[in-house]
Design a binder for this molecule. Structure first.
Ligand code: 4AD
Ligand code: MG
Length: 433
């Protein structure tokens, strides 16, 4: 392993390997454990990639002896064989620098030996991230975002950035954050929906990865006020083609060999769930209602699928599956109804058990019908005039979807609460840190 060009370290702890035996190495990180047995102090140092042992003797002992766990340190010395049961190699330290002390008592124990409630961990998130288990979730996020970008780029999608401060609701509905913008009312974007539909008019295929805002008053384990969404939109496509793209995104993610591709994955390779069989099941909404009736659920065609119903469905169809062709009235104004039966629409959700991961579909590209749909949904077409006008500039048929990325991470890592998958979650009760 080549040495690192860095002022503070020559190696990360996971690079202390047998090839370095007898050579000098400098690691930098935080004291995880300190065992003082008189003439020597055994020290474990953690950095983002792992943990290494150092043995301190001689004069350096006085520098380290009374130091607190989680203080920032630099350790240099020769790499030697170790007799310890947890390490085959260690650094025989001849230089020890304490960069900054950790002041005890610490709010949480990042080693996880003393467990803390999620709320307490989020209150001290920066420290919580020293736990490899916590850090691995965020390393995974980074790897998956890169992979999704690659999949979409290789399918001809152009990454775009649309405004988050907007003048009218993008999705309709009541869950908008409103605020004053130079004496005028403004909102935080619920989704890039109207912008991505406008952009395909020229750019053909676009995607955006950004945070969106919804004033979710519910206290569920899967709703946040701010969440990351992967949104795509493609001109001249029908619903099935963009479902295929969703499957490709998922397939590529689940094919990642995290253990070899990432030196810094820190154990998250064990987090991924087993690979499903592709293509995934595409169940019609009507089929789902029939299934639910058979299970004794009180539901009729046209009713929304409640959380309870989705839980029943999730028991019948484990893992990933699509629900397609939803009733038009249950879907937003921009979803296109079926020509042969307008009660139903070209719309789909991707489920992971009871958890909705993606919503999408083919859009209404006929401006007159779109205006009617706005009125049907009690939205004022005037508020959408900047959007509606682009439909008279040669709007092609188009389709797209939005993937709740935090929920995807939840599903892939078997987390019960979306807050675990987000660095600094925002909900009704939380605005800090
Ligand atoms: O289902 P949603 O509301 O669909 C849209 O925003 C459409 N514009 C997408 C499209 O292109 N047709 O949101 C998309 C996904 C959901 O399936 C869910 O995974 C996630 O975003 N999501 C949330 N995640 C966390 N907290 C919330 N409050 C969420 N609301 C939606
Ligand atoms: Mg949805």
């Amino acid at each position: 392993m080549p040495a690192i060009d860095n002022t503070y370290r020559t190696h990360y702890t996971n690079q202390i390997e047998s090839g370095l035996l007898g050579q000098r190495a400098t690691i930098a990180g935080w004291i995880e454990d300190l065992r003082d047995i008189g003439k020597v102090v055994f020290l474990t140092v953690r950095d983002v990639r792992g943990v290494a042992q150092a043995v301190v003797s001689g004069q350096s002992i006085e520098i380290i002896r009374d130091k607190q766990r989680q203080s920032a340190v630099i350790i240099s010395g020769l790499v030697q064989d170790s007799k310890s049961k947890d390490f085959s190699l260690e650094i025989k330290a001849d230089r020890v620098i304490i960069l900054n002390d950790a002041t005890h008592p610490l709010p949480i124990d990042p080693t996880g030996r003393v467990e803390s409630a999620l709320d307490k961990r989020i209150d001290s998130r920066a420290l919580d991230l020293r736990s490899p288990k916590t850090a691995s979730i965020f390393l995974l996020r980074s790897v998956l975002l890169e992979n999704i970008r690659t999949t979409l780029r290789s399918n001809g999608f152009i990454e775009v950035n649309t405004p988050k401060i907007i003048g009218s609701a993008s999705e309709g509905g009541a869950n908008l954050f409103e605020f004053e913008y130079f004496k005028k009312p403004a909102y935080l974007a619920q989704s890039p929906q109207v912008y991505k539909e406008q952009l395909i008019l020229a750019l053909d295929r676009v995607f955006e990865i950004a945070s969106y805002y919804r004033a979710e008053k519910s206290h569920t384990a899967r709703h946040l006020s701010e969440f990351l969404s992967v949104d795509i939109e493609a001109a001249f496509t029908s619903m099935n083609e963009i479902i295929n793209i969703a499957e490709q995104v998922l397939m590529n993610i689940l094919s990642l060999n995290l253990s070899t591709s990432e030196g810094d994955m820190n154990g998250s390779k064990t987090l991924l769930i087993p690979k499903p069989r592709f293509p995934l099941k595409r169940l019609s909404y009507q089929q789902c209602v029939e299934d639910l009736k058979k299970q004794g659920e009180n539901i009729e065609i046209g009713d929304d699928l409640s959380d309870a119903s989705l839980r029943v469905l999730g028991e019948i169809h484990k893992g990933f599956f699509f629900i397609v062709d939803w009733p038009t009235k249950l879907k937003p104004f921009y979803i296109r109804e079926k020509e042969n039966d307008p009660r139903f629409s070209y719309s789909f959700d991707l489920q992971y058990g009871h958890l909705e991961l993606i919503s999408g579909g083919q859009r209404q590209h006929d401006p007159n019908r779109l205006k009617e749909r706005l009125i049907e949904q009690n939205l004022n077409p005037d508020n959408f005039k900047h959007h509606l006008r682009v439909f008279s500039w040669g709007m092609p048929p188009h389709s797209g979807w939005g993937l709740g990325f935090d929920r995807l991470i939840m599903a892939l890592t078997n987390l019960d609460n979306i807050r675990e998958a987000v660095l600094y979650p925002r909900d009704v009760d939380r605005l800090t840190p």
